[in-house]
Structures are given as C-alpha cells and as structure tokens.
Design a binder for this molecule. Structure first.
Ligand SMILES: NC(=O)c1ccc[n+]([C@@H]2O[C@H](COP(=O)([O-])OP(=O)(O)OC[C@H]3O[C@@H](n4cnc5c(N)ncnc54)[C@H](O)[C@@H]3O)[C@@H](O)[C@H]2O)c1
Length: 257
C-alpha cells in the first residue's frame, strides 16, 4: 500500500473558524499524514474558538491574520521563518462578501461590496503567496478553495462568483510565475458544504437539495472528501500538477441538464 508520508514537512492553514470549516478537514488530513501545521485566524475575537478546534491537531503555532492587512500577512511569515525553514505548503481557505451582496439582483452589486469581496477572497492569495514563496526553499505546494459559480451562473452567489473567477485566474498566473521555483499552485472547486460562510448565501439550502438530483454520483460531497483531494495536491502524489482546478463535486460540473 502506498502511504502519503508528510513527516518533516510544514504548512500554513488559513480559514479555520469552527469545526465545520473546510480548512479544518484539510488540516486533519495533512496532520494525519505527518505534516506540522501553523494556523491563522481572522481577528482576535476568534482566537479562543479557533484554538479550541485545532488543539487536537497539535498546532505548531497560531497567528492572527486579517488578510486585508498587509503588515499582518507579512508578520505571520516573519514569525514562521524564525521557527521553520523551509515551508512546504499553504492552504488558502478564506472568503468574504458583505451579506447584502449575496442575494438579490447582481446589477445592484456595490463598488465597496465588490472591492471587499475581491480583496479578501481573491487578492489575498497573491499576498499570502508572495510572502510564503521565499520560505519555500525546497519548492512547495499552494492550494485555494473555489466554486463553480466562477464559470456558470449560480443565482445568489453574485459578487462572490466574480471573486472566484479572479481567484482561479490568479491560481494560473501564480503557477506560471512560481513554477521556476518548483512551487505549484492549484485549486479545488468543491460542491456545497454546510459551513458558516455557505449559510450566508441566499438559497444555500436549495443548493444542497439540488446537487444530489443532478450530480452523477447522486449525492452531496463531504468536507472530508475535499480534505483528501487537498492532501493529494499538497503531497508528492501530484508533483506534475500546477495551475489546475480540480472539481470535488460528485461530478455535478459535467452535467448540462
Ligand atoms: N462551503 C461551501 O459550500 C464551499 C464550496 C466551494 C468553495 N468554498 C470555499 O471554501 C473556503 C472556506 O470556506 P468554508 O465554507 O470552509 O467557510 P468558513 O466560514 O468555515 O471559512 C471561511 C473563512 O474565511 C475567513 N475570513 C473571512 N474574512 C477574512 C479576513 N479578512 N481575513 C482572514 N480570514 C478571513 C473566516 O474567518 C473563515 O475562517 C472559501 O474560500 C469558500 O468560498 C466553500
């Protein structure tokens, strides 16, 4: 049997907020494979909650990191470089849009809502990667979470769909840029998973009901299955894959009607 052994490897996981977070399920798989992990949380008020859920995974460290704050992003990697050198993996699992932008008529998307959604959900991958890359001296693997609304209209997803389109393009540009440093950048396009962020999208419950009717596998996916695919992308099992977006959606994306 081939086992994925990530002992001696180190990664940083963003986006854990509670036990439902997709990033926590990714972290669990990486931890099981032996990778040592640092975590970030968005703001001080979340610190205890995040600490509580990641304790079982023996964190190497926890840092506050609001991705809108460049100094904070820089600071996290400065801290890590003092403790760990090199870094091997980065998990981007962060997204936000003001609630009022996630529903209603897309044409009413506000300028501020647009800027906020793209800064937090898309630009952050560029900035996190810029600071992570110099630490990835043995090469590395970076992955980000995306959704099919980047390619087709999913009613209610609105400005977040635009943020995901940008994110997927950013994945390709970063992969192109950093290939020479043996750093790979990929995405996972997941089917709906019941998390805190997902519940903010109007009609999310309907999505969960609709997927099993249309997806070839006839069911929804689990966050654990996203974790397995992420483990693959962040391990030596995928060394020739970069700039790719892998669907973990029970096949939903291949069906036209
Ligand atoms: N749940 C789904 O159905 C689904 C499907 C496809 C893709 N995704 C993507 O998966 C990723 C993780 O989302 P999730 O569903 O696990 O929800 P989640 O609510 O558990 O995670 C979202 C995270 O983003 C963080 N965040 C928001 N603003 C931030 C900021 N300014 N700085 C730093 N962090 C910030 C939150 O604190 C939270 O930890 C997101 O990119 C989401 O779009 C989710």
């Amino acid at each position: 049997m081939y086992t994925i052994d990530l002992n001696g490897k180190t990664g940083l996981v963003t986006g854990v907020v509670n036990k439902y977070s997709i990033s926590l399920h990714i972290a669990r798989k990486l931890h099981e494979a032996g990778m040592g992990l640092y975590y970030t949380y968005a703001n001080q008020s979340l610190k205890e909650r995040v600490e509580e859920v990641v304790t079982e995974l023996d964190p190497l460290g926890l840092f506050e990191c609001d991705v809108q704050n460049e100094d904070m992003v820089k600071g996290v990697f400065r801290e890590i470089s003092g403790k760990t050198d090199p870094l091997h993996a980065l998990v981007h699992s962060v997204a936000f849009a003001p609630r009022e932008e996630l529903g209603g008529n897309f044409v009413n998307t506000t300028r501020q809502g647009f800027l906020t959604a793209l800064e937090i959900s898309s630009y952050s991958l560029i900035s996190l990667t810029r600071h992570a890359a110099p630490l990835m001296k043995d090469g590395g693997s970076i992955m980000a979470m995306t959704y099919i609304a980047s390619q087709v209209v999913i009613p209610g997803y609105n400005v977040m769909a635009i943020a995901k389109s940008a994110l997927e393009s950013i994945i390709r540009y970063l992969a192109y840029d950093l290939g020479k440093n043996r750093i790979r950048v990929n995405g996972i396009s997941a089917g709906p998973v019941n998390t805190l962020s997902a519940r903010g999208i109007k009609g999310f419950t309907k999505m969960l009901e609709y997927y099993p009717q249309k997806a070839p596998l006839g069911r929804n996916i689990t966050a654990n299955e996203v974790g397995d695919a992420a483990l693959f992308l962040l391990s030596p099992m995928s060394t020739a894959i970069t700039g790719e977006v892998i669907f973990v959606d029970a096949g939903y994306h291949i069906v036209g009607m």
